[in-house]
Design a protein around this ligand. Structure first.
Ligand code: SAH
Ligand code: SF4
Ligand code: F3S
Length: 455
């Protein structure tokens, strides 16, 4: 109902050409996927799109709360919007996503950022038409951060940012409450989508020519819990693998406590599933892992890696690491370095611990100062660069299938991702974007492999 109302209102207000929306998503792939759904809704309500806030009639910031830096950056950008509002008083400015699912943030916006017209939380995306209608007609500050908990698609249409790669949400929320993490507080409890709905969405994408599907969830290994169907994540993978078509399957993120042999077997037996596992370990120290409430030990993590590599010697792993969790000792940090040395990850996403109000870890009195944490971060980055070069060199001479993304920083070259999720650089131009090419690896940078196209 509100969709039609907004549509009619906009057609009258902008009779010549459709108004323009600028949607900017920050944070993880789930947020980007939400951004694409928000664009879907805006498009059925009559908006076209721009990347430039200056040209927009509505600007929506889809925010991330995972680290303090992410929040500061967003406040900086929203602060700038004061000027746009002054120049174009009719422009609407909205903030949604994880950050505004925290009360103190909404209060700060209400008090300090008067240029903002509306705020809606991670549960309220389907309410956007109603919120927008009120914002357009009433011009008062609107907030909706209620926890609605729906899992069906909010709109038939999703405006995808990429034509050949697509994210598909298989579950929402998180039940793990790692002690440092804000996500369970801003995304609510775990809810899985019915497998039929997921399959139907993927079939549609494949029919549209999408070549890579990324299954999304905070802990995809708990997929299926609470559903009426007899299903778990490994079985879902096998079902998706059975869909006809030329596409590959990835997923994000797995939690080590629930990633067992069954998962590795499913990855290895499903020909469309990439032989790569992003498995965030966070720390190599059992004391720290326990303080983080991660639910596994460093030895249990190594067991998963050992099992995968006993089946496929070069099975590819990537991970996330938090450096400087409260009171992490130098020895405990060194255990993380030892784990990196043991596993030899293809890539490591490392973060200095950031205190998040409302989490358990925020209550710990931290005896380690920031310069020490920054130094540890540098040591870790250096170590991982060495490991990556060594691991990448071992790929020289191999054939890989690469899905090309677009131009490289090096002129005359393009980059894409291999099955292992490693960046590969080859000769070519942007006409190759979205194509699979067979490549022979002939060398390595420390950030990518270098290959020759051989098909
Ligand atoms: N659900 C995913 C991770 C989501 S957040 C998982 O459990 O694997 C992505 C990464 O951000 C985490 O893996 C962690 O390494 C990092 N992270 C989360 N909270 C953080 C914090 N408070 N400070 C620093 N890094 C954090
Ligand atoms: Fe955060 Fe842990 Fe949940 Fe990942 S599993 S989203 S790190 S609480
Ligand atoms: Fe950030 Fe929310 Fe994702 S906090 S990492 S955007 S789930």
């Amino acid at each position: 109902m509100y969709i039609e109302k907004v549509n009619t209102f906009l057609a009258q207000k902008y009779p010549e050409e459709p108004p323009k929306a600028c949607v900017r998503s920050f944070g993880c792939q789930q947020n980007s996927n939400d951004g694409e759904k928000i664009k879907g809704l805006l498009s059925v309500m009559g908006y076209s799109f721009t990347d430039d806030t200056d040209n927009a009639d509505i600007v929506i910031f889809n925010t991330c709360a995972v680290r303090e830096n992410a929040e500061l950056k967003i406040f900086g950008i929203v602060g700038e919007m004061k000027h746009l509002k002054k120049r174009k008083p009719d422009v609407l400015i909205g903030i949604c996503g994880c950050m505004v699912q925290q009360e103190h943030i909404v209060e700060k916006i209400r008090r300090t950022y008067k240029q903002v017209d509306f705020v809606f939380g991670t549960f309220a995306m389907h309410k956007l038409p109603e919120i927008l209608y009120k914002a357009l007609t009433e011009r008062t500050f609107i907030v909706d951060t209620a926890e609605y908990g729906i899992t069906e698609n909010i709109c038939e249409k999703i405006v995808r940012d990429c034509t050949y790669k697509a994210g598909v949400q298989i579950m929402y929320g998180c039940n793990n409450f790692c002690t440092y993490c804000i996500v369970p507080y801003v995304r609510g409890r775990e809810r899985s989508r019915k497998s039929d709905e997921i399959i139907a969405e993927i079939k549609g994408l494949v029919a549209d020519g999408v070549k890579e599907i990324m299954l999304l969830g905070q802990n995809v290994n708990s997929y299926g819990r609470g559903l009426d169907e007899d299903i778990d994540f490994s079985r879902l993978l096998r079902k998706i693998n059975g869909i006809d078509g030329d596409f590959r399957i990835r997923f994000m993120s797995s939690h080590p406590k629930d990633a067992g042999r069954e998962l590795i077997d499913a990855i290895l037996e499903c020909e469309k599933v990439c032989k790569h596992l992003h498995l965030p370990v966070q720390s190599g120290s059992d004391r720290v892992l326990s303080a983080m409430n991660r639910g596994y030990t460093s030895a249990q993590y190594r067991e998963i890696v050992d099992y995968a590599r006993s089946k496929k010697t070069d099975f590819s792993f990537s991970t996330d690491i938090i450096v400087g969790f409260p009171n992490e000792t130098r020895e405990e940090f060194e255990e993380t370095l030892e784990l990196l040395e043991y596993v030899k990850f293809d890539s490591v996403f490392s973060f200095i611990y950031s205190k998040r109000n409302g989490t358990k870890a925020a209550l710990i009195e931290d005896g380690v100062d920031y310069p020490e944490k920054a130094e540890r971060m540098n040591i870790l980055l250096k170590k991982q660069r060495e490991i990556a070069v060594e691991r990448y060199s071992s790929f020289i001479g191999r054939e890989m299938l690469v899905l090309i993304d677009g131009p490289s920083a090096t002129e005359g070259k393009v980059t894409g991702k291999s099955d292992e999720f490693i960046i590969v650089e080859v000769d070519g131009d942007s006409s190759l974007a979205g194509e699979y090419v067979k490549v022979r690896i002939i060398g390595a940078h420390n950030w990518a492999l270098i290959g020759n196209i051989i098909n």
